[in-house]
Write a protein that binds this ligand. Structure first.
Ligand code: FCB
Length: 458
């Protein structure tokens, strides 16, 4: 039996994002976001879902903090809604919006949970979008102003600040594929947005530090490992090409001061880069947030769509925990990076509520367990990982997929808003309490607890 012990002070937590859980989309002076507009547009979201109510966290935050306390979380990663604080994205502050986060942060601190804030997790002010959104250079300063407003109000209690969540998804899904808000399909704009997001990040880092230089500031990137299926040089080449073209997009400007030639070749040309941009983007960071879900596999012909023998989650992503260790090592070896926090990792599965009222989500538990173990192994390889935010605390609004995909370690009944800790959540609280992962815990322990097999094939 192997027990993987984590270092003291390892920051175990869970993550959410404002639009995915808050609801209250037009309450107390909040402005409209691009996600409000997008989800109210017929045909955009599975089942016609929207985030108007979501998990009603805006009203149930006290209950949710109590839940976090019950789970024993040491940290909570959440995002602030920009249009809740600045209804048109700039200038006029909505005091009720700031008060909301102020109270939440107070409650977290009182519960002994470290708040870990993301300034922007995709709910962009609609009014600002209408003046050019992320494509407009003039709008970037408004993001820095927003960062400053939040830092002034919350910087005395929040130590961990990330600027932008997954800039790649904003550029690619929002402006290239159009399956996320604002729903544009414009490769040229997508390229400029990619660069502008980096500039906005740099400006926000400066804004935060100008107010409080002691705060820990970073950014959150989603990275997929690119693996070769075999030793064929073509397979290896395909995996490498994929990595260079799509996985270096932000790592390179942030940590090498340029865009990777393979990314530029793919994009066709470079966006408009002003003098001083690359220095601004390359400012030293205090941490790098990594979101990891899966990998891409390549053989000599190209990408392998369905890996035989592999398990897939409800979002169609292959489960491959060892790829996480490889990814962490690759990022650590290829770049000179600050300490890493895993800012998201988790899996969607079609959970069922059993007759005993419990959710025996064995597959999610196993997914998390194996990814925790691979992270621990990467740490032994020499990667400096300081904490782990499971995605997600709650089942929530999964963007274009609406409520159809459940990622929570806590179930949300969207009819009643009742929260129920899943088996994965109970197991996670034991991981946190013991600061260790038992390779054999999971199926067996859950089985013992409930007195009935949770694995029908057992
Ligand atoms: C990430 C997002 C997060 C969530 C997970 C499943 O890309 O940051 O909001 O939707 O995927």
């Amino acid at each position: 039996m192997t027990i993987y012990r984590f270092p003291d002070n390892f920051l175990w937590g869970a993550a959410t994002a404002s639009y995915q859980i808050e609801g209250a989309w037009k309450e107390d002076g909040k402005g409209e976001s691009t996600w409000d507009r997008f989800s109210h547009t017929p045909g955009r979201i599975a089942n016609g879902d929207n985030g108007d109510m979501a998990c009603d966290h805006y009203h149930r935050w006290r209950e949710d903090v109590a839940l976090m306390q019950k789970l024993g979380l040491k940290a909570y990663r959440f995002s602030a809604s920009w249009p809740r604080i600045l209804p048109t994205g700039k200038r006029t502050v909505n005091p009720a919006g700031l008060d909301f986060y102020d109270q939440l942060v107070d409650a977290l601190c009182a519960a002994g949970i470290s708040p870990f804030i993301t300034l922007h997790h995709w709910d962009y002010p609609q009014a600002l979008y209408e003046t050019g959104g992320w494509t407009s250079r003039d709008n970037l300063g408004h993001f820095a102003d927003y960062a400053a407003i939040l830092t002034k109000r919350l910087g005395d209690r929040i130590n961990m600040w990330s600027t932008i969540n997954e800039p790649g998804v904003i550029a690619m899904n929002g402006y290239f594929n159009g399956d996320h808000a604002p729903g544009e399909q414009n490769p040229i704009k997508a390229q400029q947005v990619t660069h502008n997001l980096m500039v906005a990040h740099g400006l926000a880092v400066q804004a935060i530090r100008s107010i409080n230089p002691k705060l820990q500031v970073g950014i959150v990137l989603n990275q997929w490992m690119a693996d070769a299926a075999d030793d064929d040089p073509l397979s290896i080449q395909n995996a490498e090409d994929n990595w260079n073209r799509s996985e270096t997009t932000f790592l390179h400007p942030l940590f090498k001061g340029n865009y990777h030639p393979a990314y530029i070749a793919w994009a066709g040309s470079l966006p408009d880069i002003k003098a001083g941009d690359m220095e601004l983007i390359g400012q030293k960071l205090d941490f790098l947030g990594i979101n990891f879900y899966s990998r891409h596999l390549f053989n000599a012909e190209g990408i392998v769509d369905s890996v035989s023998g592999s398990e897939y989650t409800d979002t169609g992503w292959e489960v491959c925990a060892p790829a996480f260790r490889r990814l962490l090592n690759k990022v650590n070896n290829d770049y000179s990076i600050p300490p890493i926090y895993i800012t998201e990792n988790g899996a969607a599965f079609p959970d069922e509520v059993s007759a005993d009222g419990k959710i025996h989500d064995t597959r999610r538990l196993d997914y998390l367990k194996n990814h925790f173990i691979q992270t621990r192994l990467a740490m032994r390889d020499g990667v400096d990982v300081r904490g782990y935010m499971v995605w997600s605390l709650l089942d929530n609004f999964e963007w274009a997929e609406g409520f159809s995909k459940r990622f929570g370690i806590v179930r949300v009944d969207y009819e009643t808003q009742e929260r129920t800790i899943k088996d994965s959540g109970e197991w996670y609280s034991r991981v946190i309490a013991t600061n260790s992962v038992d390779e054999h815990e999971g199926v067996y322990v859950v089985h013992q607890k409930t007195g009935e097999p949770n694995n029908p094939n057992e």
